[in-house]
Write a protein that binds this ligand. Structure first.
Ligand SMILES: O=C(O)CCC(=O)C(=O)O
Length: 279
């Protein structure tokens, strides 16, 4: 008679920066050892040729279509894209991105956000931040969030690429007001169209203003460690519970933060959410 299989419980934790025995052959087959080392050590890396040029064109066209941007010169964006077209599932499930996500934010990682942005000439730069934005400092040893920007148009400094503050990943904290202003040790991530620029939750980043003609089209994909997922899912009961108990119940059920509006992130609540994380 066959013995009942006893689950193998790990009693240790894989240290940050180590590749698990199960993931190692996948990383080797995809040739991603350098990407793993770079994201662990410097907080960012670039996956070049993440998919075919045909895929890149399809992704770019769909982001433009959903963004509300005027052709050629307009700006715009979109949220909740995974639910809006199958091309975004292809991006999110890309084998190289998934392998890096498992390395960086752990087995069982979750999709947190799939958004698009279209930046035309003269679009303003975004503010310097770390994606561990709703995490109190000091940031934990293990990375909690990994963001991949699918670069549909070549990333150059003049074209408004993402910038990273070299070495800031080691500080394990948010930038202060002066650092936001000065962007210390800022370098442009420059890479060809079809790459994915990837960073961890620690590194301070922003983007350069775009000074060239045309549009910079990007798909922003964020994966998260499963750690903070709620044990019980009350979304189906939230309206009733809030109607009965009011605002504090609304907070407990996540309706007062920016994280889960019906149309994706609710940016009107962004600053308040980030401030909550620091108190
Ligand atoms: O648009 C960019 O270049 C950077 C975007 C960003 O900060 C992010 O997706 O976290």
């Amino acid at each position: 008679m066959a013995e009942t299989a006893v689950p193998n419980v790990y009693h240790d934790t894989l240290p940050p920066g180590d590749i698990s025995d199960e993931l190692a052959p996948v990383i080797a087959e995809l040739g991603m050892e350098d990407n793993c080392r770079e994201i662990a050590e410097q907080g960012w890396t670039v996956i070049e040729n993440a998919a075919t040029p045909e895929f890149n064109d399809r992704l770019r066209a769909k982001i433009l279509e959903l963004s509300g941007a005027e052709p050629e010169t307009g700006g715009g964006g979109g949220n909740m894209l995974l639910a809006k077209d199958p091309v975004f599932a292809e991006a999110v499930l890309n084998p190289k991105l998934r392998a890096l996500a498992e390395f960086s934010v752990g087995r069982g990682f979750l999709i947190s956000q799939v958004a698009g942005s279209v930046r035309p000439k003269d679009s303003p730069a975004i503010g310097l931040h770390a994606d561990h934005n709703w995490c109190p400092a000091p940031f934990p040893d293990h990375n909690m969030l990994m963001t991949g920007c699918w670069v549909c148009d070549e990333y150059t400094k003049a074209g408004g690429s993402t910038l990273v503050c070299s070495g800031s990943n080691k500080l394990r904290r948010h930038p202060d007001a002066q650092e936001v202003e000065e962007k210390p040790e800022a370098i442009a991530i420059e890479c060809p169209a079809g790459s994915v620029a990837v960073w961890d939750g620690n590194i301070w980043h922003a983007n350069w203003p775009r000074t060239t003609e045309g549009q910079r089209v990007v798909c922003h994909i964020t994966y998260t460690r499963l750690m903070m997922r709620t044990v019980e899912d009350y979304r189906a009961h939230a309206d009733d519970l809030i109607a009965e108990h009011g605002e504090i119940m609304s907070q407990l059920l996540g309706r007062e933060d920016f994280l889960e509006g019906p149309n994706g992130a609710d940016y009107s609540k962004l600053i308040q959410t980030f401030n909550n994380a620091k108190r």
